[in-house]
Design a protein. Structure first.
Length: 137
């Protein structure tokens, strides 16, 4: 994995943790495509829906005691200019951790020296205990 990607990934995670929507708009490609599985239902969406979702979530949590819990579970080099990051995301709300977690398989592409989020596959609402499995790191 390139040093530039690791620096980028740390910056991306910080933007997420601190609800920096303008950073997310720059990171997510306008060609972005995603699939989310929640309670057995499949939801496909693109850039516009993603931006609406991030904006809504960040706005909702802005004045509340909410902390994102983001963990890197793995990194896979897919191509010379594409890397997949596997991340888990959960929340602590008013000091109480959620009992569920979302698992993100996110593909980033290096385009003109800038990393862009191109694709995501998301398993949402998983029991937190399952993600603590040592096989996932």
């Amino acid at each position: 994995m390139s040093q530039s990607f690791q620096v980028f990934l740390e910056s991306y995670i910080e933007s997420w943790k601190f609800s920096l929507i303008e950073d997310m708009k720059k990171i997510i490609s306008v060609e972005y495509q995603a699939r989310e599985i929640r309670n057995g239902e499949i939801f496909d969406f693109g850039y516009e829906e993603s931006m609406e979702g991030w904006t809504q979530a960040f706005h909702e949590f802005r004045d509340k005691n909410v902390q994102w819990v983001l963990e890197e579970k793995g990194i896979i080099q897919l191509k010379e200019n594409e890397i997949m990051a596997i991340l888990s995301a959960s929340l602590i709300i008013e000091g109480k951790p959620l009992e569920t977690v979302n698992l993100f398989f996110q593909t980033f592409r290096l385009e003109d020296t800038v990393w862009k989020l191109m694709r995501s596959y998301i398993e949402a609402g998983l029991p937190l205990i399952e993600i603590k499995n040592p096989l996932l790191k």
